[in-house]
Design a protein around this ligand. Structure first.
Ligand code: ACO
Length: 332
């Protein structure tokens, strides 16, 4: 999607819960091995939120850190968008809880559900929102407590996911060369493939009842092999589209920040785009797949560690349940 939105990322933050769950810990829960998980996914460990720690708690901490980096007070925030598939509750939205917790008294807020593509969907939504109206500063957050949706007896899925939150402060400005400028974006959806990756129960289609609760319909169900193939194809396509819109090629990209589902997916994308693997950002070994949180957490880690410098071209690209996919090119 090409547009004239004039927005830049002016601050990043992230929060990961303290508890570490290693592959060796999982060996005690299901029939699996550190060797299988490492070679098939690249994941070594993941973070698990405390039982009383909510998605909005993690989102709020990531948001505070992003505001601090940006030098923005909570009252200056006009809009909060939280991308999540693990909201605190059906309603109010998680954004409402974040607004209260960080004291962003002047902000409006709502949630976006686009699974692992959620952060890039939210970024794109915020840009259009800021461009069209009086609101000029947004907090865009990806936050998940996926441990609450995991069937801990299903080895196909329980080894893949983790909890965490990342945030970015987005600001409208009319300086085309402002640092952190989002220069192009692309989004896609294919609802025909919804059954391949879903949490089928707990909504109106399949309410949880005393009769079905033992089947654990409120946990993640995934056709891993099919999802893998679509993830590679769509993330490559999305990358090429956003680069083309920006008038750039893969050779111009200093760092690819891909959704962190599987190291083999990231290698396949890098190879197809012709980007050397050292120009891809990976932290899934530490955190696993945190769905909407992966990209903002990576962006914050890349920013804080000095891995990215002002002027660098970044390519952010994601794929998730829906299926949904999205990309953004940023001049840092
Ligand atoms: N430990 C040991 N063996 C396992 C495990 C495990 N944890 N999990 C599966 N296996 C077994 C399977 O039972 C199967 O055994 P079988 O051949 O006897 O039937 C074998 O390993 C191979 O299983 P596959 O599913 O074919 O393994 P694959 O190499 O495809 O890896 C994986 C599975 C890691 C899930 C991979 O398919 C993948 O990463 N898929 C994409 C995930 C993704 O991108 N998700 C999108 C975003 S998530 C979101 O939106 C919330």
């Amino acid at each position: 999607m090409s547009d004239n939105c004039q927005c830049s990322i002016i601050g990043t933050g992230s929060y990961m819960p303290a508890r570490v769950l290693t592959n060796h810990d999982l060996e005690k829960l299901v029939e699996t091995s550190d060797e299988w998980i490492t070679t098939r996914t690249g994941i070594k460990e993941r973070r698990i939120a405390a039982p009383d720690e909510t998605t909005s708690d993690m989102a709020s901490e990531a948001a505070r850190r992003a505001l601090h980096t940006a030098g923005i007070k909570p009252e200056e925030v006009d809009l909060i968008i939280v991308a999540t598939v693990t909201p605190d509750m059906f309603f109010p939205s998680t954004a409402c809880f974040v607004q209260k917790k960080i004291g962003a008294t002047n902000a409006v807020g709502f949630d976006i559900s686009a699974a692992c593509s959620g952060f890039l969907y939210a970024l794109q939504t915020a840009r259009h929102f800021l461009n069209g109206g009086p609101r000029k500063t947004a907090l865009v957050i990806g936050a998940e407590k996926l441990s609450s949706l995991i069937n801990w007896t299903d080895r196909n899925t329980c080894v893949l996911f983790g909890d965490g939150a990342g945030a970015a402060v987005i600001r409208w400005d009319d300086q085309p060369d402002a640092p952190g400028r989002v220069i192009s974006s692309f989004m896609g959806t294919d609802g025909n493939l919804a059954d391949l990756l879903k949490v089928p129960g707990g909504g109106t289609a399949l309410p949880i009842t005393a009769e079905n609760v033992h089947l654990r319909p409120n946990t993640i169900h995934m056709e891993g092999r099919e999802t893998f193939k679509h993830a590679v194809t769509r993330m490559c396509q999305a990358s090429e589209k956003a680069l083309k819109e920006a008038g750039l090629t893969a050779q111009d990209v200093k760092l690819v920040i891909p959704h962190q589902a599987n190291a083999r997916i990231i290698s396949a994308i890098a190879e197809r785009l012709g980007v050397p693997e050292e120009r891809t950002f990976i932290n899934l070994d530490k955190y696993g797949n945190t769905s909407a949180a992966t990209i903002p957490v990576c962006l914050d880690e890349a920013n804080r560690s000095g891995r990215i410098q002002r002027g660098d071209i970044l390519l952010l690209v994601a794929f998730g349940g829906g299926f949904t996919w999205a990309s953004s090119v940023i001049r840092w």
